[in-house]
Write a protein that binds this ligand. Structure first.
Ligand SMILES: Nc1ncnc2c1ncn2[C@@H]1O[C@H](COP(=O)(O)OP(=O)(O)O)[C@@H](O)[C@H]1O
Ligand SMILES: [Mg+2]
Length: 371
């Protein structure tokens, strides 16, 4: 199939949640996954999401992923094709141990996955994104940012590590400035990088939205840096952290910095904040953002990312659903999409592979069928 694409040539699961063994060849077209509730559809998407940095689309622990009752550990592996290379990538965990990533059979840090594949997702838990806490929105923004800038993962890790150490000092009521300087220096450096990456990502996204022919409503995203009117460049951050030490000592944690940023969305055509939009509109905004992210990546990397759309089709009317399929086809992405009924994917006939997933006695079974 299309050479200019990132796509999985196969996916293999071993003792992963309800899947004892799955070995599915893929041809690069979108993949329609259907079957009853609890069959193991989302589990397949979750497995694919683990082939990118982080804890996957449910943010599960390694133990949660291990097939019960055996709890022997698990493995997800895939052949990843991108325009110029092919890699064998895998993530696994032995029972009770943490995850191990391998790329071409060599152990690699998780962040290395972000350099060879971009995987975007939309799952039902994100339906409440605009009305829930800032943490989820920040994570959403950081996944978009990571897709554009693989180094973002390291910046976040190094910022978080320094902040944890600073928070320990604060909790222990350490007042001596010299304990703080190196940590705050690290936070300022990584924090400024995090901030720049986020701003760049938002501008790439905005550009992709303004150029797109799409049936989905554009969302204007703005980064919210916190109540204080402070700059997030390295020098300002260093100063802000030092100045805020007395407050932070009282709170026992760091109260300012990019770990507190939030993102607001505006339904652009109506000028209405996403929080005030209907549930259906909020979903449409998210689909729009995922598609824009994919379009921007296709331009930037000459290859669209892999997209995971969990239970998206069921929530769209016939027109919007047809539009979604046409847009995915136009982007050329290998989109893994789930839904309960095969009829949800009728429009994709000839344009997608179809997998029927069923479950009996706690074991998922997958077979390839015609749409
Ligand atoms: N670690 C595990 N071991 C065995 N089964 C699991 C594990 N985690 C989840 N499951 C089972 O997987 C099923 C849910 O699969 P999921 O992919 O979410 O279903 P759906 O097809 O509705 O998307 C449930 O039946 C659940 O009990
Ligand atoms: Mg599901």
């Amino acid at each position: 199939m299309a050479g200019q694409q990132q796509w999985l040539g196969d996916i293999a699961l071993s003792h992963f949640r309800s899947h004892k063994l799955l070995n599915q060849p893929l041809d690069g077209r979108p993949v329609a996954i259907f079957g009853p509730n609890g069959a193991g559809k989302t589990n397949i998407l979750e497995a694919v999401s683990l082939l990118s940095p982080g804890r996957g689309l449910r943010r599960a622990t390694a133990d949660d992923l291990s097939r019960k009752p055996e709890a022997l550990g698990w493995k997800v592996s895939a052949t990843l094709n991108s325009p110029h290379r092919t890699h064998e990538i895998a993530m696994r965990a032995e029972a009770g141990a943490s995850r191990v990533v391998t790329i071409d059979e060599k152990t690699a840090p998780q962040v290395a996955l972000g350099r060879i594949a971009q995987i975007l997702w939309l799952v039902p838990a994100m339906d409440r994104l605009w009305i829930e806490g800032a943490g989820e929105r920040r994570r959403f923004l950081d996944r978009i940012t990571l897709s554009f800038q693989p180094n973002h993962a390291e910046a976040v890790l190094s910022y978080d590590k320094a902040m944890r150490e600073r928070n320990r000092l604060l909790k222990d009521h350490v007042r001596d400035a010299h304990w703080y300087l190196a940590l705050e220096g690290q936070m300022a450096k990584s924090g400024a990088e995090i901030h720049r990456n986020r701003i760049d990502a938002l501008s790439l996204l905005a550009k992709a939205q303004s150029n797109a022919k799409t049936a989905f409503p554009a969302a204007d995203l703005t980064l919210i840096e916190g109540e204080e009117n402070i700059g997030f460049d390295e020098a300002s951050l260093r100063e802000v952290l030092a100045n805020n030490r007395p407050n932070d000592l009282r709170a026992g944690r760091t109260l300012v910095g990019p770990h507190r940023s939030d993102v607001a969305a505006l339904f652009a055509a109506k000028g209405i904040d996403a929080r005030q939009c209907s549930t259906g509109e909020q979903k449409a905004l998210l689909i729009s953002l995922i598609l824009s992210n994919a379009r921007a990546l296709a331009t930037l990397n000459d290859a669209p990312p892999i997209i995971l759309l969990d239970e998206v089709a069921a929530h769209l009317d016939d027109n919007r659903r047809a539009a979604l399929y046409d847009e995915i086809t136009a982007i050329g992405a290998q989109a893994f999409m789930t839904g309960t009924g095969v009829e949800l994917f009728a429009e994709m006939k000839g344009r997608a592979q179809a997998l029927y997933v069923s479950e009996s006695g706690g074991l998922s079974e997958t077979k390839e069928v015609d749409l």
